[in-house]
Design a protein around this ligand. Structure first.
Ligand SMILES: Nc1ncnc2c1ncn2[C@@H]1O[C@H](COP(=O)(O)OP(=O)(O)OP(=O)(O)O)[C@@H](O)[C@H]1O
Ligand SMILES: [Mg+2]
Length: 282
């Protein structure tokens, strides 16, 4: 399989409003791909089209070598996992009962429940009734549910937005582990730190258009001013271009023992997003 996801000239129009405007991108098998954008930029709409919940207005969508016409089949559904705003649990049942039901639905072995609860840091809540869980705990049960049948490809729509930093880090480690074992991950977020840490490549979505796409490192290099920022012990701050002709100046400074700190000027993904789209991502 060359691509886990291939989208060509995808467009989605809701009555008069164009939510997605001719976007194209491909996700490689084994990749963690992030779709980044502010509220209303079209992230959830894209995930809904990629998982068969919504039809597209125009363009081609192919997921796991399957055409959008077959996204409704049980065979396709068993190969993907979804965590979205629409994901829900049986509130009056326990965590364990919920996960048992989903195991049955997907024909997954029951011992997966233990594995998944460990992965989302919820072993102690196994026998709790869902309605008594906090928002972040419910989010983690939903994640366990999305992963319980060990899908090849998972779609995560802002999976960590309700989580505290400790649980967020735990989930990130879990996702990285899953990915190392071969799972492809398509994630939306407006958390730029999350994207920088997790994603192999990211696409910037703004008003339904992709405005930049690449690995976080490549983008940070592309938008760098390619200068060194040097701070000396007497408080002087120098900006020296990364050019061969400046080598001696930098060498002399270091040799003088005056350099307190030296760093390159790679902007954060958030700063790049602001530069490219004119919008802050918070
Ligand atoms: N069912 C719908 N009917 C009409 N318009 C819709 C529908 N779903 C989404 N939209 C519109 O499409 C645009 C993109 O919405 P979408 O939910 O995809 O954004 P998002 O990037 O997921 O935002 P958020 O970060 O707030 O979740 C918005 O202008 C929204 O109002
Ligand atoms: Mg959304």
């Amino acid at each position: 399989m060359e691509h886990a996801i291939k989208v060509t000239q995808l467009r989605k129009v809701f009555s008069q409003h164009t939510a997605i405007e001719d976007i194209s991108f491909a996700v490689k098998p084994g990749e963690i791909f992030g779709l980044l954008g502010p509220s209303g930029s079209g992230k959830t709409t894209t995930i809904k089209i990629l998982t068969g919940e919504l039809g597209q207005t125009a363009g081609e969508v192919n997921v796991l070598d399957t055409n959008a016409r077959s996204f409704g089949t049980a065979a396709f559904k068993s190969r993907i996992g979804i965590l979205s705003d629409n994901s829900s649990l049986y509130e009056r049942l326990t965590v364990d009962d919920n996960l048992r039901l989903f195991c049955k639905l997907y024909d997954a072995p029951l011992d997966q429940i233990d594995v998944m609860l460990d992965e989302v840091n919820l072993k102690d809540a196994r026998n709790k009734v869902v309605s008594k869980l906090s928002k972040g705990m419910k989010q983690r049960v939903l994640l366990a549910k999305a992963l319980i049948h060990r899908p090849e490809l998972i779609f995560l729509d802002e999976p960590t937005s309700a989580l505290d930093p400790g649980n967020m880090a735990h989930i990130h480690r879990g996702l990285q582990k899953l990915n190392e074992a071969g799972t492809t991950i398509f994630i939306t977020t407006h958390d730029m730190e999350e994207a920088t840490e997790l994603c192999h490549r990211v696409a910037f979505l703004n008003n339904g258009s992709i405005q930049e796409l690449g690995s976080p490192e490549d983008l940070r290099y592309k938008y760098s001013t390619h200068a060194f920022h040097i701070e000396t012990f007497d408080g002087e701050r120098l900006v020296i271009e990364n050019e061969a002709e400046n080598a001696n100046e930098i060498r002399d400074l270091v040799a003088s023992g005056q350099v307190k700190a030296i760093h390159s000027d790679n902007p954060t993904l958030g700063q790049i997003f602001l530069k490219v789209t004119g919008k802050e991502l918070v």
